[in-house]
Design a binder for this molecule. Structure first.
Ligand code: TXA
Ligand code: MG
Length: 329
């Protein structure tokens, strides 16, 4: 199959026709690119799992053009969550709610809940509206690989597997949405993301946080898999000194390492191969996956600084720690 990359209204309309005839299409969102199919079409959903090589027990998020469409896939939710929907939808927040019976089991991996999200990216919303149906979509990478934040990242993983990639430019947020379960008494973050625990708590009063470790029997089925893995080694360095020591050890052993660091630290690493992640939490978040995509091609070990644990950096470090398989030096 030939994989076309195209942008603009013509691409959106072409994508919508593919979805309506049971096909799958990659499209941009503000977080990462998604690989979409009609959420009511079990066969198209199977094709998404096949194209990604994704285990069938990991459910998909259903994307909607507007939060008023939540009732198209959900059997309802507690009205105390209205302010949260008001504030973060559209945006990088996925809510896990009770599912409606006509959403096929393969979308939700047999769960009686469904993840719903309203992207804020203009192209995503135009695309979903043009399709006229809710769009189930995981991130548009091969399972276990780094999520795509450009159309070209998608092409690298999906060339020959899907007919169309709608190009909407670089993703502005750069990591996946926060997944929040609102079916129980207390809201629980199943996956930290661009909307922080502090932001959610400021609207709801309280939220249970996920600790970011890969655990076997986690409530978000996806959390038990090794995710976001670059094709080379990856370690987290607790300080610039330990980053340089690790770099020295690797280089002395004939390796080809690189350090990912914040802009303020660029001067510390004179003579080392480094990638500048930028300055400030939003910029670092936007750049992290693109930095890893670039580094895994040219180096055999990514040494990433510990970037901090407040705000959205906690979510960024959740991804980096998984890439490193928990290795901290
Ligand atoms: O930003 C995002 O969320 C991107 C863009 C494309 O929207 N999508 C994304 O999808 O990251 P994916 O499939 O790569 O990750 C979805 C996560 C998984 O960890 C999955 O287990 C969890 O959401 N999830 C989905 N439905 C769920 C449900 N009903 N209950 C618990 N967790 C659920
Ligand atoms: Mg993913």
């Amino acid at each position: 199959m030939e994989t076309l990359i195209d942008s603009g209204r013509a691409a959106i309309e072409r994508g919508a026709r593919i979805i309506q005839s049971g096909g799958i299409v990659a499209f941009p969102t503000e977080t990462v690119y998604g690989l979409g199919a009609c959420a009511y079409d079990a066969e198209a959903i199977s094709a998404v799992f096949a194209a990604k090589g994704r285990p069938m027990d990991n459910p998909l998020i259903v994307h909607l053009a507007d939060s008023k469409d939540i009732s198209d896939v959900s059997a309802g939710y507690d009205s105390r969550y209205e302010p949260l929907i008001e504030k973060f939808m559209p945006g990088p927040l996925t809510l896990v709610v009770k599912k409606r019976g006509d959403v096929p089991d393969c979308v939700t991996a047999g769960l009686d809940t469904v993840g719903v999200r309203v992207p804020s990216h203009a192209v995503a919303r135009e695309f979903i509206s043009a399709c006229g149906v809710p769009i189930a979509a995981p991130s548009a990478n091969l399972s276990t690989k780094i999520s795509p934040t450009t159309a070209y990242h998608v092409f690298e993983d999906m060339n020959g597997r899907i007919p169309l990639i709608i190009d909407g430019g670089d993703c502005d947020v750069g990591i996946e949405s926060t997944v929040l379960d609102i079916t129980g008494d207390v809201p629980v973050i199943l996956r930290p993301g661009a909307v922080t625990a502090e932001q959610i708590a400021s609207v709801l009063g309280q939220v249970k946080t996920h600790d970011g470790k890969v655990i076997a029997a986690a409530p978000a089925p996806g959390m038990k898999y090794k995710h976001y893995a670059p094709s080379c080694d990856c370690v987290v360095a607790s300080s610039p000194d330990s980053a340089m020591q690790e770099y020295g050890r690797r280089a002395a052993a004939g390796g080809n390492p690189v350090i990912l660091c914040i802009r303020e630290h660029m001067g510390i690493y004179a003579g080392f191969d480094v990638v500048d992640l930028g300055s400030g939490e939003d910029e670092i978040c936007r750049n992290i996956y693109a930095a890893m995509h670039g580094a895994e091609k040219r180096y055999d070990c990514i040494i990433c600084e510990d970037l901090g644990h407040s705000g959205v950096l906690a979510s960024v470090m959740n991804r980096v720690n998984k890439s490193a398989g928990g290795k901290i030096i």
